[in-house]
Every structure is written in C-alpha cells, then in structure tokens.
Design a protein around this ligand. Structure first.
Ligand code: G6P
Length: 608
C-alpha cells in the first residue's frame, strides 16, 4: 500500500531511490516518482505505470543529479493513477517535496482551507495538502514546521520530506504506517520496509507512531511529536539480500512456493526441544491457558484463511470454542470478548490496517493477544501480548504462499502445545501428532515434487471463466485459500464452497464442462464430498479431485486426480494447499498474467 524511500549521502540519490522502489514495488505499482535536491531547487520526475518506466525516463536515475532525495511507488486511493497524482508532491514555492504512505482523513477540510488561502492544487490526492501546509507554516525552522503540520493531520501517514533550505537532510514522520530508518556509513536511508534497505545496510531503527526523524548523511535524530529527543535502539536485520531476490526463478511467487519446506522447518524446528513444544513466551503456561474459555482468530485475506484452516486443530485438540472473524468485520462488531478470551491475530506483514484496528478493539475489552507474524518489530508484533514469529523470510510476491503455510503450522503447534500443557491430550496421541508435525516439511516437498503434473493440469483452466472449489471441514478451509489464490493472480472468477452447501443454490451454476476442484484430503468427510462430486458430474461439471492414494474410490468419480502425500487428517490442510498454489501459478502463467504484481492489489494493506 504505497512504498516510500529516502536517501541522503554521497551517492547519486535517484539511482539508490529507484533501486529501493523496485524492492518496494509489491506495495503498490500504479505510478511512481522521485524528487532530489539540486543546486537550483527540487528536481522531480513522476510517471503513471511501473518503476521500470521511471527508470527508463530517468536513465536509471542518472538524469536527476543530486545526493539527497525521496521516492514513492503508489497504490492509488485518492485520485486515479495518473502522472499528476503520482508522488512526490511539491509546494507552490518549490521549497518542499513530500512522499506519503497512508490516508489523510481530514484532507477535504484542509484542502478547502488551503484553497481559500490561495494555494494551488495540482493533484486529486489527499497527500498534496501536506506539502502546502509545510509551506504555509514554514518559519525557517524545519523541525517546528514538521511538528506544526503533523498536529493538523488526521489519519495514517508515513511521510518523507525534503526542503531546499536543508540540502543534506531528509525528514521521516510516522503515524500508523510503517517506517524504518537505515543506518549506513556516511549515508542514511528511510523506507517503508526492510527489503529496500538490505542491499545497503542491516542496521535499522524502527520509528514508532508519533515519532519523526531528521536524517543527514552523518546523523539521525528522532523526536516525539512534542519535539523531545527520543533515544532509539539500533536493531540488526537478519534477512539478507539473496532472500529478497528472485534467485533464478521466473517469479517471486514460484520461489516462495519452493521455499516452503525450508520456511516451515525453520518455523517448527526451534520450537521442538526434547520431544516437547516450547513456545517463545514462558508466560503462555498452563495457568494462563486454563483461564482461556474462548479463542477468537482474526486476520485479513489469506492470513484469515490460515486461521480458518488452523481452527479445526485448535478446537479438536484444545476443546475450546474458536470463532474466526475477519478483522475488517471484527473492528466494527461488538465482539463477545473479555479477559478470558485469547485473540490470535495472523499477519505476514504485521502492518495490515484492519488487523491492527481489530487488535485495538480486542485489547480494549481486556482480551489477551497472541500475534503470529512474519515481520519482526512490526506494529502487530508491538501491540501483541505474546508473539510467535513465522520464520518465513521476506515474502515479496503479492499473493502469499510461505506466509500462509508458516502461519498454519504455528497454529498446529499452538494447538498441540496447549492441549499438552493443559492436559487435554493423552501422551500417545501427543507423540503421534508431534511426529506428524515434524514430517510436514517433507510432505510439503513431496507436494511440490508434483510440480510437472500440476503444470500440465493447469492447461485445462487457461480459458475458464469461473472455477468452483469445494470441500468440507479442513478441506473447505483449503478451498477458500485455493480459490483466493486462483482469482488474485489469474483473474478467473473462483469461488469456494462448503461442499454440502452446493445444493442450496450454487449447483444451479453447474453446467457442461464447468470446472470444479474438489478437495477430498480429510478422510473423515471425503465420502460425503465424493457424493457432491457425483452431483456435479451428473450435471456435466469437470472435476479435478485433490486427495491421497488411500482414497480408492476417487478414480470412479473424478475426471482428474492430484494425489497429495498422506499425513494426519488434522494437518492435511498444510499439504493440500501446495498443489492449489501451483495450480493458480501455472494457470496465471498460461494466461500471461503479471503474477507477482496482480492488478489492483498490494501486499501490505496499510489503509482501511
Ligand atoms: C493482502 C495480501 C494478502 C494478505 C493480506 C493480509 O491482501 O495481498 O496476501 O493475506 O493482505 O496481509 P497480512 O500482511 O496481514 O498477512
């Protein structure tokens, strides 16, 4: 949801900014721009379209000389993705330029006020008010001006500001949108996320909400919004450059699918010691867990579907009622939550606006928050009482894959751990399930090894207009994520249905050659799903079944079959999702879609 980047040092700023923007492009990619300070003022270039176009138009930044600058890649909220609406925005007097990630909620009244005072607006964006406010309140003191302007803004914003009177300085402001400062030698940076910084430095400072930084090549000063200096800790990032690069794969998505055995292993391995599961926080003990009488799982997008898939393991093993609720709904509902509720929040980025709002709502009702999150130091991690990090490494493709599977495996671990410490499981079953969890990375690898078969299966879907995904119980949760993967990257309408619900309406849409993907991996219910397959077949539908070799009956009902490796029924969701990811990937590839950057989407949704 927009990426911003800033640089001050000795290098050609525009070139560094463009490199950073390429790495942030997954956050939004409908237009982009850079601005640098040069002798005569601020030089700026903006284009609608991808960063590659901006690179072409600036000769990879060479056309914009200067050592201090800011850049932006946009996911449009206010105003169409045009050149004029692209960031940066410049003040009428040419002194300031601004890039912004977030939404200024009171922009309309500020815009009216500024127009009344004679300021000329060039764009339809909410952001432009900021740059005119900077001009209006400027007294010659940049720090005071930033403080004054921030006090007028409502909403979420990560800002980068340059001012011609401060030719070596960039200013970064954070309020409810992520912002990280990178510390170099004789050069410093800021960016919306670490991926833009890792080629240059691993030493970072995380700004908190209500903080801003003045950054020069040799100094970084952080202040609160009262103007008082804040002492910040310098953190060392463990992600390396290779992890954030494609490494020979055609797409990040494919690379990230292939990385899943390793990512799941990295997430499980440190948490199993001498046959016992150790969750990272000792406060999550029997006393705490026995006091919990309800679990609410909340998240957005695929993270929500990981929650739906993990719910079955928690209910079955922990014997606690589990409610799954979309974060965007939960934040405006009146959830039945109290101090005996554990809210499990799932988020790859840790910055999803609705997820953050849902946490705040639940905290206000005294619930405990357990965050399952990938990005260390993210907002979700900071707000939570307990954190379990998924050790998936950077995920760049907009459509999540390893983010999803590492979240799901942590839910399995949490379920089994809770059942064990609260003595709701016998020793034999515990050992059997723990063994099964340990083999999951291998099972995922075996699913990946079906790659060529899946690629040829995908040929069938190239021209489909609509695909149904059906299943029951854990299979139904996998169907939700499988359908989402298909629609977000191939743009084919895809709908997930609880198989038993088909006959309550949707079956009316089944006609000759309608593709249906039937998930039959859960042995407890696959017999029932197979009845639904027969209903689909009787109406002419084409069925691809995903199941295991144990299911001897499937060949008599389905047209095509993908056999996944066997695992414990409770954990099949983790294995069966892999062929669905690959199926979506190859279908999108056959349709020449932009797989890593699907239209209209952004990876990190930091606005509501
Ligand atoms: C976006 C992404 C999805 C992701 C969702 C939640 O829609 O495209 O892949 O599942 O946001 O993001 P989070 O970072 O909170 O997991």
């Amino acid at each position: 949801m927009c990426g911003i980047v800033g640089y001050t040092g000795m290098q050609q700023a525009a070139t560094v900014l463009l490199e950073g923007l390429k790495r942030l492009e997954y956050r939004g990619y409908d237009s982009a721009g850079v601005a640098v300070i040069k002798d005569s003022g601020i030089d700026m270039r903006k284009v609608s379209g991808r960063i590659s176009k901006l690179c072409e138009e600036t000769n990879n930044g060479e056309a914009l000389p200067g050592c201090v600058g800011i850049g932006h890649t946009r996911w449009a909220t206010h105003g169409a993705p045009t050149d004029m609406n692209a960031h940066p925005h410049k003040s009428n007097d040419g002194r300031f330029a601004v890039v912004h990630n977030g939404i200024i909620e009171n922009y309309q009244s500020l815009r009216d006020e500024l127009i009344g005072k004679g300021y000329l607006f060039e764009s339809e964006t909410d952001t432009e008010v900021i740059v005119h406010l900077l001009e209006m309140y400027y007294t010659g003191d940049l720090k005071k001006t930033v403080l004054r302007v921030s006090s007028r803004l409502q909403g979420s914003y990560a800002l980068g500001v340059i001012c011609t009177d401060y030719p070596h300085e960039i200013v970064a402001v954070r309020e409810a949108s992520p912002l990280i400062i990178g510390i170099g030698v004789g050069e410093n940076f800021f960016a919306s996320d670490i991926t833009a910084l890792v080629p240059y430095t691993r030493n970072v400072i995380y700004l908190e909400d209500g903080e801003f930084a003045r950054i020069t090549p040799d100094e970084i000063q952080v202040f609160d919004l009262l103007g008082k200096i804040v002492k910040k800790e310098v953190r060392r990032v463990t992600w390396d450059v290779q992890a954030a690069e494609r490494g020979g794969y055609e797409h990040f998505m494919l690379k990230e699918i292939m990385e899943q055995p390793h990512a799941v292993e990295a997430t499980i391995h440190p948490r199993i010691q001498n046959g016992e599961i150790k969750l990272d926080d000792e406060r999550m003990d029997a006393g705490f867990l026995n006091n919990i009488n309800r679990i609410v799982i909340t998240a957005c997008g695929s993270a929500f579907y990981a929650g739906c898939a993990g719910r079955y393991a928690i209910e079955s093993l922990c014997k606690v009622p589990v409610i799954t609720e979309l974060a965007s709904e939960l934040r405006y509902s009146e959830p039945m939550i109290d101090e005996h509720t554990l809210v499990i929040v799932l988020s790859q980025s840790g910055e999803t606006a609705d997820t953050i709002a849902a946490i705040k709502e639940c905290k206000s009702k005294n619930a405990s928050i357990l965050a399952i999150v990938n990005v260390v130091g993210s907002t979700v991690a900071k707000l939570a009482d307990f954190i379990l990090y998924t050790w998936a490494g950077p995920e760049i493709a907009v459509a999540t894959t390893k983010g999803y599977t590492t979240q799901l495996v942590l839910l399995y671990l949490f379920a089994l751990y809770t059942a064990r410490v609260t003595q709701r499981i016998d020793d034999k079953t515990y050992r059997k399930l723990l063994r099964a969890i340990k083999t999951l990375p291998r099972r995922i690898q075996e699913s990946i090894d079906m790659n060529p078969t899946i690629a040829s299966c995908a040929e069938k879907y190239k021209d489909a207009r609509s695909i149904f995904f059906i299943g029951r119980n854990t299979d139904q949760a996998a169907a939700l994520e499988g359908a989402l993967k298909m629609k977000e990257i191939s743009y084919i309408h895809a709908e997930a249905y609880a198989a038993g619900e088909l006959k309550h309406g949707t079956i009316a849409l089944i006609e000759e050659h309608q593709p249906v993907i039937a998930l039959c991996c859960n042995e407890k219910v696959w017999g029932k799903t197979m009845n639904n397959i027969i209903e689909v077949k009787s109406r002419g539908g084409d069925v691809l079944a995903v199941t295991t070799k144990k299911n001897g009956m499937i060949s008599s009902v389905a047209d095509d079959i993908l056999y996944i490796p066997e695992t414990e029924t409770l954990f099949t969701g983790l294995v069966e999702i892999v062929p669905l990811q690959l199926l979506a990937y190859y279908t999108a590839k056959n349709r020449n879609c932009d797989i890593d950057k699907p239209k209209n989407l952004a990876k990190s949704v930091t606005v509501e």
